[in-house]
Design a protein around this ligand. Structure first.
Ligand code: ZN
Length: 465
């Protein structure tokens, strides 16, 4: 997880490299998880999903670590943005426009998975290097995450190309959602036009895959514009708060994904904006210049000292620089200010476990357990939190709970059903009969049993085949 760069070092070589990039076979992709980005997606998504008649909680928007400019929706009511699209867009209305279009596919029941440049996501990374590393060290590597994603992406293997009519209908739906949500449709048009004309002249070449998976014709864009410009919100401008949040997320992604040198070129020191400070903080952090990184965070915090995501970032940089104890106040404050965001809580839990082990401090371990339990209650798909909880129980000599934590973690990361079954069985044997944890362990036993049966059947079939 050290090779985080989605954009290898071929910046500024232009179109020659771009054409070579297009010939590269679909590569393994990872999901990027970040509390701030996910909150942004939930907030821009809510009014659009409601306009589409979709349950905002049922339709999730995820971020795939892939430099190409694309987005897609799946049968499982998931919408995925590629990091490349978030970086290529310059205005929050462009992101809202693409999201409205993708929600049109979801609402229309179009089972789509683009087959160009998009292999199924095979791992999850957090915008935290230390956490990703710990998770992979614990065996939740690519194979494990692949299985997890396979469950989420019910549409896997369904490669459908859309007809022009379907795309136009989806555009019209997207335009309706934008108007109902009071969003200016200018961004949808400008983004589509730029993609269509391949007008992107970026410092970092990006594969314009959106144009291939959602064919964009001039006719189609004009038809869409005709509808959008009748909206009372046409050219009314972007919501300034959302625009500012988007600019920071974009800067964060660039900082996280690009080579530090590229980031520092895109955000030179003279740029004193908050997004620039955040991007440079990542760049310096990647160069192991913790003091410079922290100075950038301080500068970003001048405007918003209690911003949960800036406190999270400072805590993360301190934690990843080995200053665990110093990271705790920031991470505690970030958890409180974010209403216990499960991703931030997991990071705090991790820091508490590290410091608790270092100082042999039972109070820190107890705090960690509480924080991690609340993270899991809010975000079930959190193998990292289970990994940390397992460490706590193991140290305490609590074998049944250690076994349950192992079973939970392995189930989430697509572990071997036999190993899951074994762990869940020893949890059942040691936990109080009828307690919620005992019931949960029983459930895992049953599910893993079915997986073992299925595995056996498949094995027999393969032998006969
Ligand atoms: Zn489409």
């Amino acid at each position: 997880m050290r090779t985080l760069s989605a954009f290898p070092a071929f910046a500024a070589l232009g179109l020659l490299i771009l054409s070579q990039l297009l010939a590269v076979p679909a590569q393994a992709q990872s999901l990027l998880r970040d509390a701030e980005t996910e909150e942004f997606f939930r907030d821009i998504g809510k009014p659009l999903k409601e306009a589409a008649g979709l349950d905002p909680r049922a339709v999730n928007v995820g971020l795939v670590n892939d430099g190409s400019i694309n987005a897609f929706a799946t049968l499982g009511q998931q919408v995925y943005f590629f990091s490349g699209l978030l970086i290529a867009a310059k205005d929050v209305r462009e992101v809202q426009g693409v999201l409205a279009h993708e929600l049109g596919h979801v609402a229309g029941g179009h089972a789509i998975r683009n087959n160009e440049g998009a292999a199924p996501a095979t791992s999850i990374s957090l915008l935290s290097m230390v956490i990703a590393g710990a998770l992979i060290a614990a065996g939740a590597g690519d194979a494990g995450m692949a299985a997890m994603m396979a469950g989420q992406q019910a549409a896997q293997g369904k490669y459908l190309a859309f007809s022009r009519e379907q795309e136009s209908r989806t555009d019209q739906a997207g335009a309706r959602f934008l108007e109902a949500a009071g969003v200016d449709g200018v961004g949808m048009i400008s983004f589509f036009r730029q993609l269509q004309g391949d007008e992107y002249r970026l410092a970092i070449p990006q594969d314009n895959a959106y144009n291939r998976t959602h064919p964009l014709s001039g006719e189609r864009i004009s038809a869409l514009e005709n509808v959008l410009e009748r909206s009372p919100y046409w050219k009314k401008g972007a919501d300034p708060k959302l625009q500012a949040r988007y600019q920071r997320i974009r800067a964060k992604l660039i900082g996280y994904l690009s080579n530090p040198e590229d980031t520092l070129r895109a955000y030179p020191a003279a740029d004193r904006s908050q997004p620039a400070h955040v991007a440079r903080a990542y760049a310096y952090h990647k160069q192991s210049k913790a003091d410079l990184a922290l100075a950038e965070i301080e500068a970003a915090m001048q405007v918003e000292p209690r911003d949960p995501y800036l406190m999270e970032l400072r805590g993360q940089i301190l934690l990843e620089s080995g200053r665990v104890n110093d990271a705790l106040p920031d991470l505690r404050n970030a958890v409180a200010a974010s209403d216990t965001d499960p991703l931030i809580a997991s990071m705090l839990g991790h820091a508490l476990v590290l410091q608790g082990e270092r100082d042999d401090n039972a109070a820190l371990m107890a705090e960690a357990e509480k924080v991690l339990r609340s993270a899991i209650a809010r975000d079930k798909e959190n193998p990292f939190a289970w990994l940390q909880l397992g460490t706590i129980y193991e140290r305490r000599g609590d074998k049944p709970r250690t076994a349950l934590a192992t079973a939970e973690r392995l189930s989430l990361t697509g572990g071997d059903p036999l190993a899951i079954n074994n762990a869940a069985r020893s949890a059942v044997a040691g936990l109080d009969r009828g307690s919620p944890e005992w019931l949960r362990a029983q459930d895992i036993v049953l599910v893993s049993q079915e997986d073992i049966q299925r595995m056996k059947k498949r094995g027999n079939r393969d032998r006969r085949g």
